[in-house]
Every structure is written in structure tokens, then in C-alpha cells.
Design a protein around this ligand. Structure first.
Ligand code: K1U
Ligand code: ZN
Length: 173
């Protein structure tokens, strides 16, 4: 397993629609392990393949936050939302590709998602709470969408400028 580097916004790869995973190969299993290790190391509660420069429809997440609870890593291959609740909820979202920037985003409170597991079996599950927010945020990444795309243009522009400055500073050091 190895930690992969996470792309920072703005980057054209974070704006692209990803391609479905055709077959679960050793490369896909290795990518899943690396993505989980990268997510836990960051630390984060989710990570989508394009954030580590792989343009495939795949994400990992673990939103288990209970004190003393054991890890609950999930790997979703070719996920899609098949039902969204009418109820909406607001969460102060962050993104590993937009470090240290947070903003409230409103989304459906619950979603039913279908995906393929690493064992090749089809799975359907309904998520709510932070799991629901996270899975929607990660599926957005697979469709080239960032949480800042839900914000007013001025706020989005302000965050993008901060990220451009951060990338210039990172390039210098
Ligand atoms: O996709 C990503 O960039 C990961 C992102 C997921 C996410 C966070 C909040 C709402 C929706 C989706 C993160 O994990 S940002 C870091 C973060 O939220 C966190 C880090 C450590 C502990 C708890 C949360
Ligand atoms: Zn993100």
C-alpha cells in the first residue's frame, strides 16, 4: 500500500467526468488500498479516484465517527444515486483538494446508491447523515463537480484564488 498525492484545485482533472471501471483487476484492488491509506493519512472521510489522478469511477469513504468505534472502510465501484429524499440537509463541507476551506452545502438528506463491490457483487444501500453528505460529495467528484460549484460565484472565486496562491507557494518550497 502507498500514499498517493492528492490534486489541489484548480486542476483540469478535477473537472472531468470519469470512465466506468470495466473489470475488477489487481490494479483496481491496489488502487482501493492506496486510496484508503491516502484518505486515512490526510486525514479525511472520503476520497474519489480523480483526486489521486485516476480518471475512473471509484471512491472510498469511512464516516465512522463514534468514540471507540472500529473503522468502517467502504469501496464503491461505479456508484450511482438511484433515489434521493425530498428532505434536504446542510453540512459545512470540506475537501482534500481544497484544503482548509469549508462552506455550507445543501443536499438531499438521504440517498440510495447502487455500486459494485470489490468482490464484483452489486450492492444497494441507503445512506443518511454524514454518510449521505459524503457519498454525494464523492460521486460529484466522479462527475467533475466540486462542493464550491454549489456556492455563489464570488465565494467560489475567492476560494479558487486562495488555492492558486497556495499552489504557487507549494511550487516554490
Ligand atoms: O472528497 C474529499 O475531498 C474528502 C472530504 C470528504 C467530505 C468532507 C465533508 C463533507 C463531505 C465530504 C474530506 O474528508 S475533508 C476532511 C474532513 O472532513 C475530515 C477530516 C478529519 C476528520 C473528520 C473530517
Ligand atoms: Zn472533495
Amino acid at each position: 500500500m502507498s500514499i498517493r498525492s492528492i490534486l489541489i484545485h484548480p486542476d483540469p482533472r478535477l473537472k472531468k467526468i470519469t470512465a466506468p471501471v470495466a473489470e475488477i483487476t489487481d490494479d483496481v484492488r491496489r488502487l482501493a488500498d492506496d486510496m484508503l491509506e491516502t484518505m486515512y493519512d490526510a486525514p479525511g472521510i472520503g476520497l474519489a479516484a480523480p483526486q489521486v489522478s485516476v480518471m475512473s469511477r471509484m471512491l472510498v469513504m469511512d464516516c465512522e465517527k463514534e468514540e471507540g468505534a472500529s473503522a468502517n472502510p467502504m469501496v464503491l465501484i461505479n456508484p450511482s444515486v438511484i433515489w434521493s429524499s425530498e428532505d434536504r440537509s446542510v453540512y459545512d463541507e470540506g475537501c482534500l483538494s481544497i484544503p482548509d476551506q469549508y462552506a455550507e452545502v445543501e443536499r438531499p438528506a438521504a440517498v440510495k446508491v447502487s455500486w459494485t463491490g470489490l468482490d464484483g457483487k452489486e450492492v444497494q444501500e441507503t445512506f443518511d447523515g454524514l454518510w449521505s453528505t459524503c457519498v454525494q460529495h464523492e460521486i460529484d467528484h466522479l462527475d467533475g463537480k466540486l462542493f464550491i460549484d454549489y456556492l455563489k460565484p464570488l465565494k467560489r472565486q475567492m476560494i479558487t484564488r486562495k488555492m492558486q496562491k497556495l499552489k504557487r507557494e507549494m511550487a516554490r518550497s
